[in-house]
Design a protein around this ligand. Sequence first.
Ligand SMILES: Cc1ncc(COP(=O)(O)O)c(C=O)c1O
Length: 281
Amino acid sequence: MSELAYLNGVFSPIGDAKISIEDRGFQFGDSIYEVIFAYGGKLFELDAHLSRLRSSLDAIDLHYDFDADGLSGAMREGVRRCEFPDVMVYLQITRGVAPRNHTIPDGISPTVVMTFKPIPLVDPDLHANGAKLKTFPETRWANCYIKATTLLPNVLAKSRAKKAGYYDAVFVTEEGEVRESTSANIYVVEGKSVVFPRRDKSVLHGVTQRFLSGCMDAMGLTAEEGLISLDRLFAADEVFISSTAIEVLAVTSVDDKPILSGQVGPISRGLYEEFRRRARS
Ligand SMILES: Cc1ncc(COP(=O)(O)O)c(C=O)c1O
């Protein structure tokens, strides 16, 4: 078993894969990405990830026909070759290499990179005890539905929250509207209803979030989009976040104020278990 890279059609050890210092992904953050997990060799929700990849590519005018390039076949091949039982695939597509100029040049080919690594272990205490979040001003751009690699606000917010002893930061607008955490979608539970911010341009449309709607149905919960104010968040029965990496994670406090009892609630726990059962079956 070994960690692997894929760069423009060629597999290699990660340390051997090199890209140019004139790559626009490096110079401008002119690139998009996906993180996809494979459980037991099977890529989870691959079609949903590829559909989001397509919309990110379209949104930044990056013309790359990944079907013609055999991208999903290469992804499966990487998962097979690295031999880890559960694999984290990181995929990044940059505009390509060109002399530095803001204008998008004609005729360049994208740089297509993948890495294949074991799925990072999540501390079991985190799922047992829940996460503490800190609010952070929404400083990101207006197109967070694009899974772009320009993540500096997320990097700063998460790092500052971590340094201050929190698990993550949650972006809140000047008007008090809760958006999402630096790397996960957020939800409030009100009785049997699970509310999450509208899937408009201001948040990433999570693949985990979409998959969770089936889990919610099975648990007799209704899922609805809505505006989540900070007051609504603090009045919720439960709060949780979701992403490919942490699946479903209960939030027990925000800015040191406990959510209800400050314990992991039954709906967050139930959804986590239901999600894991379905994702691995
Ligand atoms: C800002 C943000 N929101 C939400 C998500 C959750 O998306 P997904 O469930 O597709 O992993 C992520 C995942 O990286 C993210 O970075």
